[in-house]
Design a protein around this ligand. Structure first.
Ligand code: NAD
Length: 457
């Protein structure tokens, strides 16, 4: 029997072990989900929402337990994990409150003799595969609208957080009929078994590399795929911006969850006139952060999720250093000093376009900063990436903000720190950041198929 080890990245201690799902187990879960399709669909939206609300009542009651588990298993500071669970509950409640509105039949035409109506029908069994960076939110964002809409799920959390997967599976199965929500455990190999089994759609959140494989698989099977992939979000600070507001917004965006957010600000582009001042302010904030074990209430920056992520980040930073970049603050692993996968918050200038920290997605508390002269140059630098998820613009000039927002090749734009991450807004990317959207009416549309029924009265 093969097991997955859950390791606490703050200490490298073993938290627990979970049995890896075999091929037979994966097939059994998919078959069960197929069996339950009809019953779950026929319950209707209101009844499904009623059951799911009860499950989320239990998540809320056990919020501290869930936040502590997330914090120990993937290294999110406890203070952030508690906020994350609350924020994720807001998403669930929005889906529940608005499900009938967006999933009920819509009349497109009616006269004395005919009525034409659009129905939003479930697709069937959704294989939902997610990463580790927000274990509870990854489940809610990736799978909850699908459950509400009447799909049954076979779900796979990342191999980095199987205990969070167990917790979520346990609570859901307390409240839902057996076979509606099914969890499988393991790494990418188990994910492959799942998507090659008898499923009807793939909803994937994770790296672009895996997303490309899964899109090919969906293409071969000719089933729907929603892809929420990596990002390397640019932030542009124009010289007329409120620099205190901009630099504090930038640091928040870069350092949340130790820099391990898909749409987090990963490359900073600054007007030449204010470049030195911005570097100074950002460096001051980065070097003031309290680094420590994730479950310590005082901690502001926890460890990365695992040693392999720390090693990758070290390689990316080393590449910049060797090519002549300047480390303004940080730059070192704190693994030996603190005994876990810790890395210093790091600001880097003298960055060129061929450095890995500029070209690759950097999942850690590291911020490369470059300067620009003209608006066109700023936009070209921002768009000079294979990704297109989040983006951030700071300027007091409203016309410039509108022009630049339109020119950015990204699914989401924040102007002057206004947060686009809301349950009613679409979340998703352009280019290698994927396609399809989560949340709002857009998310419900992705997980349903649309049928028009035109009939006489
Ligand atoms: P990953 O692609 O390595 O793994 C994600 C999930 O896919 C895991 O559960 C993994 O076991 C599974 N997997 C890996 N290979 C597979 C295969 N061949 N077939 C089926 N499943 C497979 O990504 P990761 O390192 O866990 O997560 C980090 C990435 O996720 C980053 O790129 C980040 O930007 C991205 N992400 C995107 C969003 C978004 O909404 N766009 C949100 C969070 C994270």
């Amino acid at each position: 029997m093969q097991t997955l080890k859950s390791i606490n990245p703050s200490t490298y201690e073993l938290l627990g072990e979970v049995v890896v799902s075999t091929k037979e187990k994966v097939s059994q879960k998919v078959a069960l989900a197929q069996q339950m399709r009809k019953e779950w669909r026929e319950l209707g939206v209101a009844k499904r929402v009623e059951m799911l609300r009860k499950a989320f009542g239990e998540f809320l009651e056990r919020k501290k337990e869930l936040a502590l588990l997330e914090s120990r298993e993937m290294g999110m500071p406890l203070s952030e994990a508690l906020i994350d669970v609350d924020g994720t509950m807001d998403y669930a409640n929005w889906y529940f409150d608005n499900a009938e509105k967006y999933l009920s039949p819509e009349t497109t035409f009616e006269n004395d003799t005919e009525i034409h109506q659009v129905f939003y029908e479930p697709i069937g069994v959704a294989a939902v595969i997610v990463p580790w960076n927000f274990p509870f939110a990854n489940f809610v964002w990736g799978g909850l609208q699908s459950l509400v809409a009447g799909n049954t799920l076979v779900f796979k959390h990342s191999e980095e957080c199987p205990l969070s997967g167990k917790f979520i599976e346990y609570v859901l199965n307390h409240h839902l009929p057996t076979g509606v929500f099914n969890e499988v455990y393991g790494n990418g190999e188990v994910g492959k078994l799942l998507v090659n089994d008898n499923i009807n759609m793939i909803a994937f959140t994770g790296s672009t590399k895996t997303g490309k494989y899964l899109y090919e698989t969906a293409g071969r099977k000719f089933i729907k795929a929603v892809m929420e992939l990596g990002g390397s979000a640019p932030g542009i600070i124009f010289s007329d911006a409120d620099l205190d507001q901009a630099t504090s917004g930038v640091c928040e965006q870069r350092l949340l969850n130790a820099g391990q957010c898909c749409d987090g600000l990963k490359r900073l582009i600054v007007g030449e006139e204010v470049f030195d001042e911005v570097v100074k302010k950002v460096t001051k904030i980065f070097s003031s952060k309290k680094i420590g074990k994730a479950d310590d209430k005082e901690t502001q920056i926890g460890p990365l999720v695992a040693k392999r992520q720390l090693d990758l980040l070290l390689e990316q930073v080393k590449d910049a250093f060797v090519q002549g970049a300047k480390i303004e603050t940080g730059g070192h692993s704190l693994e030996k000093k603190l005994g876990g996968a810790f890395f210093e918050p790091t600001v880097i200038t003298g960055v060129t376009k061929d450095m890995r920290i500029w070209n690759e997605e950097v999942f850690g508390p590291v911020l490369p900063i470059v300067k620009f002269n003209t608006e066109e140059e700023a936009v070209a630098l921002a768009n000079g990436t294979a990704y297109g998820l989040g983006s951030y613009v700071f300027t007091k000039d409203k016309e410039k903000a509108t022009r630049v927002s339109s020119a950015l090749e990204a699914g989401m734009v924040s102007v002057n720190g206004v947060n686009y991450i809301m349950p009613f807004n679409p979340f998703g990317g352009y280019k290698n950041s994927g396609f399809g959207r989560e949340h709002g009416k857009y998310g419900f549309a992705e997980v349903t198929q649309i049928k028009i029924v035109a009939k006489n009265k």
